[in-house]
Ligand binder design. Structure first.
Ligand SMILES: [Zn+2]
Length: 441
């Protein structure tokens, strides 16, 4: 797909963005930044925020360009580069105080997912818009409303507006650390099973598909994923996902079971060799697990599951599991409330089971059309440099697969996890996928 066609897609997508006004993604896109900032915020000082690494990669050059073009610069805020700054709510408090020292200042995030999310929330808290110069095609959250931050031990998405200006300069993106680009690729590949989750939720009347958000994310998805080295295509695909979230005011269009698996590992503060693992890398393993569940379901069909447990007993059993999995986190009452909501209507569970079983011939082809096969997905992830085994993220396979059980509890969003639960197949799938030599190996 040539640059002109890409530009058309971006301009078309911007019509649906609630907040983002400028979205440029092409080689040399940085040159558009001074004009965009001056047009939107004439005369207001720009506050760059980076970490040591992104400052070296892009921050310094960006501020030099802005100065040369007559923009006013306030002092930058630069996080240390090592250890990598965490997506931790506490940092937004520090940033907010920093921004308030320059009442008219416009924050400009220069970095990837974490820096962007921290600036997003802090800009909102200090009552001003912001822009971002992306340094890596690493996450879909650049353009989304909301910042996903670890808060009181839980991953919480704090509502706050997306950036008004998004610059994805192909020259800059192509020099990003390979691990970040790999993470972005996996976060984008996740939209494949996430789409399948939405197809099921739509079919069951749990969550109707919104045609606009669906189109933004899914229409060219396989094109954006076709070449893992095409960082610009990746960035466009990821940013369209963010715009879909702006439009839908929810993350449903871009996030399904694979993200819930990753959220559990984040809530467990999972690290490997002393480092937190990039969001997209964890999501990539989640995407493989979710795809393996779908493949098993498509091969074996939805029948033969255990009888449904009586509601109250099941709720209590799952509540206990939550307490064991997340001891002492302050977000636990909220998790229990979500669990209660999910387990309040036994008839609905029975109805869903019947609908899927009876409608299987109708829904299975739609799922097949949406999904990559497990082997195909694995190959794509390998080409993109993503880990495809649990060991590579410092986790043993039984633990990775059994996260299916926990991930089903934490969010009221219908996914393959709930489907397996409704069909009475969860435990059987955990056992068989753990034993399956082709999964996560
Ligand atoms: Zn994601």
């Amino acid at each position: 797909m040539n640059h002109n066609r890409r530009r058309e897609i971006l301009q078309e997508a911007l019509k649906y963005a609630g907040t983002t006004k400028v979205f440029v993604s092409e080689p040399g896109a940085l040159q558009a930044l001074p004009g965009a900032l001056e047009k939107l915020y004439p005369g207001r000082p720009i506050i760059p925020v980076a970490d040591d690494n992104t400052w070296e990669a892009a921050g310094r050059a960006t501020t030099e360009l802005l100065t040369a073009q007559g923009c006013t610069l306030a002092d930058p805020f630069i996080f240390p580069g090592t250890p990598m700054v965490e997506a931790d709510y506490g940092h937004t408090v520090t940033l907010e105080q920093f921004f308030r020292r320059s009442p008219k200042g416009i924050p400009l995030a220069v970095g990837s997912g974490t820096i962007n999310d921290l600036v997003k929330l802090a800009a909102h808290r200090s009552g001003r818009p912001y822009g971002v110069v992306a340094t890596a095609s690493s996450v879909d959250g650049y353009a989304s409303d909301g910042a996903a931050l670890l808060t009181d031990g839980s991953k919480v998405t704090h509502p706050c507006p997306a950036p008004e200006v998004i610059i994805g300069d192909g020259r800059l993106l192509s020099t990003a650390p390979a691990e970040l680009t790999a993470a972005g690729f996996a976060d984008l590949a996740a939209k494949i099973p996430a789409g399948a989750d939405w197809i099921i939720a739509d079919y069951l009347g749990e969550d109707p598909i919104n045609p606009v958000s669906w189109k933004l994310v899914q229409e060219h998805l396989r094109t954006w994923l076709a070449d893992p080295r095409d960082t610009e295509a990746l960035f466009i695909g990821l940013t369209l996902c963010g715009i879909a979230m702006q439009y839908q005011k929810a993350s449903r269009p871009v996030s399904g079971a694979e993200h819930l698996l990753s959220h559990v590992w984040e809530m467990h503060h999972h690290t490997y060799q002393g480092r937190t693992i990039l969001h997209g890398i964890k999501v990539g393993i989640g995407t493989l697990i979710s795809t393996a569940c779908y493949e098993a379901l498509l091969n074996k069909g939805p029948g033969g599951g255990e009888d449904l447990e009586e509601l109250e007993g099941m709720f209590l059993r799952k509540k206990q599991l939550l307490e064991e999995q997340f001891p002492g986190i302050s977000g636990l009452p909220q998790l229990k409330e979500t669990l209660r909501e999910k387990h309040s209507d036994q008839q609905r569970r029975l109805d869903r089971r019947a609908m899927i079983t009876e409608g299987w011939e109708e829904i299975a082809p739609k799922l097949r059309q949406q999904l990559y096969g497990y082997a195909e997905l694995k190959e794509l992830l390998i080409q993109a440099g993503c880990p495809v085994t649990a060991e590579k993220i410092g986790m043993d396979k039984p633990r990775a697969v059994s996260t299916l059980r926990t991930a089903q509890l934490i969010r009221n969003r219908y996914t393959i996890l709930d489907l397996l639960d409704d069909l009475g197949l969860m435990e059987r799938w955990i056992t068989s996928l753990t034993a399956d030599d082709s999964v996560l190996t």
